[in-house]
Design a protein. Structure first.
Length: 96
């Protein structure tokens, strides 16, 4: 087992926050673009929850500022969607 399991998907910031409160995930892969807000705001809210989930940000779009914004929001990293298959997600998202 790679250390990641029980995947849940949320389509919005509101749904993600409600799901996080209900399930207390250890980690989250968060898209920058969400219909009711941006993923940076979501990451900032997730990373201050009492159980402190680890967050990695992603997006199909890329801006040079995204990695800095992701770190400022408390995320472990920003990875463009085109690079997700090669990214060390398990290392960033696993509890260790």
């Amino acid at each position: 087992m790679l250390g990641l399991e029980d995947v849940t998907e949320a389509a919005s910031v509101a749904e993600a926050l409600a799901t996080a409160v209900r399930t207390e995930p250890a980690s989250a892969l968060v898209d920058v673009e969400l219909p009711d807000g941006d993923g940076f705001e979501l990451a900032a809210k997730l990373t201050v929850m009492p159980w402190r989930p680890r967050v990695v940000m992603t997006s199909a779009q890329f801006s040079d500022g995204f990695p800095t914004l992701a770190r400022s929001a408390g995320a472990e990293a920003f990875v463009p969607k085109s690079e997700l298959a090669r990214a060390p997600l398990v290392a960033w998202l696993s509890e260790s």
